[in-house]
Design a protein around this ligand. Structure first.
Ligand code: UDX
Ligand code: ADP
Length: 463
């Protein structure tokens, strides 16, 4: 099978948190390649084309500058899916793969509906030889499904041929541009060496060769699930130890520093918090669990499932702790919620711990005053399943910490936005009803300043 010697035109299906930033960086670093990002969602494409770069649909530090340099030159956003595929030598599939909500594997298996639809569109629209690259995180052996759909089309359409590659994206939100520009590694899995090298050549424009790893297809697919499972496992591990620290008088940050100094463990990803969120960790572990069960590996499945169970427990534990400390009831009490995104420096709320924690407090009758610098009221409405309102069991979005604190019995810090480290505690405490609490689930705020201002303070993992 022969592949084009050099890729000249790329199409990326899916203009989301992965497709948008990844293609922007490729276009920025490879001015000789035309990159078109397509999506069925016209509103999203319009936002990517907005002349005002602060209106891009994804918030990532540095993204506006990258898009500003490449857009209109060799970076395009379009709803013309088939035309962009037809013009491309290489197509990235970067669509959503959420957990299935019904049918076989519901609650665990990934829903490949959108991947399958994309493969069928590629099969229909592609011309000549096309390299098809899985970018979305997918269950192991999905490449075989894509290959089968494409092969069927090959029989129908004279002159079209395909090579399928796996090239998972390891970027983390909030640091996407940095991660893309200086990746620890780029992973390319595939069976067609010419296709593998054509994709490797694109990355080689800015990534050192020794960081471009080549593997077989299945290893590449499984490496992504495994990387996310290991990272999530570290968070559940430290969160479990945080609860133990609180019970025994130890301090989880001291413990994390002590164990992180062991070079075999390392210092990263040991920050105790309200539990991991984001679109990947839970979905990927549940998918791993599902696949392990499928292959009869019950003990392995149980082991990884516990990482998710502990994460849910941590979220519930924090919600209940707030209720307990506020004399066992939050009904009719105002609570200022600091942060709603699943981590700082993103507007993404998928699987944000704030969702479950806020829902539990709302169910108990709390009045939530939520402040987040990047998350919209529309998004919070979708996530909490109810519009903003007034009275018991309601929420409102506030634009400042002061507003969130007004008349509140407690502030609950859930996202580690830098601005929450710089709160003017005497001013904020004066607005609250006494006795007032600060619950800091990220250990981000200046706890001693809050205590000095008269608040009672709980910090995750502090005994
Ligand atoms: C993750 C992986 O890091 C990335 O490689 C993969 O491509 C996609 O999934 P992301 O979900 O964007 O990226 O963010 P990440 O920084 O990994 O954080 C995930 C969650 O873990 C967040 O809710 C974060 O607050 C939490 N976290 C992270 C902690 O609670 N403690 C830590 O020490 C690190
Ligand atoms: P991720 O975090 O993986 O990037 P997102 O949900 O942010 O996930 O983005 C996935 C995008 O893929 C969405 O904007 C969605 O509209 C788009 N998409 C899904 N299926 C198709 C399809 N068949 N053709 C084009 N775009 C699609």
């Amino acid at each position: 099978m022969s592949s084009p010697a050099a890729v000249r035109a790329i199409c990326c299906i899916g203009a989301g948190y992965v497709g948008g930033p990844t293609m922007a960086v490729i276009a920025d670093r490879c001015p000789h390649i035309q990159v078109t990002v397509v999506d069925l969602n016209a509103e999203r494409i319009a936002a990517w084309n907005d002349p005002d770069l602060s209106q891009l649909p994804v918030y990532e530090p540095g993204l506006d500058a990258v898009v500003g340099r490449a857009r209109g030159r060799n970076l395009h956003f379009s709803t013309q899916v088939e035309a962009a595929i037809a013009a491309a030598d290489l197509v990235f599939i970067s669509v959503n793969t959420p957990t299935k909500t019904r049918g076989l594997g519901a609650g665990q298996a990934s829903d490949l509906k959108w991947v399958e639809a994309s493969a069928r569109t590629v099969a229909r629209a592609a011309r000549g030889h096309t390299i098809v690259v899985e970018k979305s995180t997918l269950p192991v052996r999905t490449a075989a499904v894509i290959q089968e759909i494409l092969t069927a089309a090959q029989g129908e359409q004279a002159g079209s041929s395909f090579s399928v590659l796996s090239n998972p994206e390891f970027l983390a939100e909030g640091t996407a541009i940095e991660d893309l520009e200086q990746p620890d590694r780029v992973l390319i899995g595939g069976q067609d060496p010419a296709a593998v090298e054509a994709l490797a050549e694109i990355y080689a424009s800015w990534v050192p060769q020794e960081r471009i790893l080549r593997t077989n297809l299945w290893s590449s697919e499984l490496s992504k699930l495994t990387a996310n499972a290991f990272l999530a496992q570290r968070i559940s591990s430290i969160n479990g130890i945080a609860a133990f620290c609180e019970a025994t008088g130890a301090d989880v940050r001291e413990v994390a520093r002590a164990i992180g100094a062991d070079s075999r463990i390392g210092p990263k990803f040991l920050q105790a918090g309200p539990g991991f969120g984001g679109s990947c960790f839970q979905k990927d572990i549940l998918n791993l669990v599902y696949l392990c069960r499928h292959y009869g590996l019950e003990e392995v499945a149980d082991y990884w499932e516990q990482v998710v169970a502990l994460n849910r427990w941590q979220q519930q534990r924090i919600a209940r702790l707030v209720i307990t400390k506020l004399f066992g009831t939050v009904s009719g009490k105002r609570i200022g919620v600091l942060g709603f995104a699943f981590k700082a420096d993103t507007n993404d709320t998928r699987e944000s711990p704030a969702i479950r924690i806020c829902q539990e407090l709302l169910d108990e009758g709390a009045i939530l005053q939520i402040v987040d610098p990047k998350v919209s009221e529309r998004q919070i409405t979708l996530d909490l399943g109810r519009p903003a309102g007034e009275g018991e069991g309601s929420w409102q979005q506030m634009s400042t910490v002061q507003q969130a604190a007004a008349g509140a019995d407690a502030l609950l810090l859930l996202t580690e936005w830098q601005q929450f480290a710089q709160i003017d505690w005497p001013a904020v405490a004066a607005l609250m009803r006494r006795p007032a609490w600060l619950f800091d689930a990220r250990a981000k705020a200046d706890a001693s300043a809050a205590r000095a201002a008269g608040l009672q303070v709980w910090v995750v993992g502090e005994g």
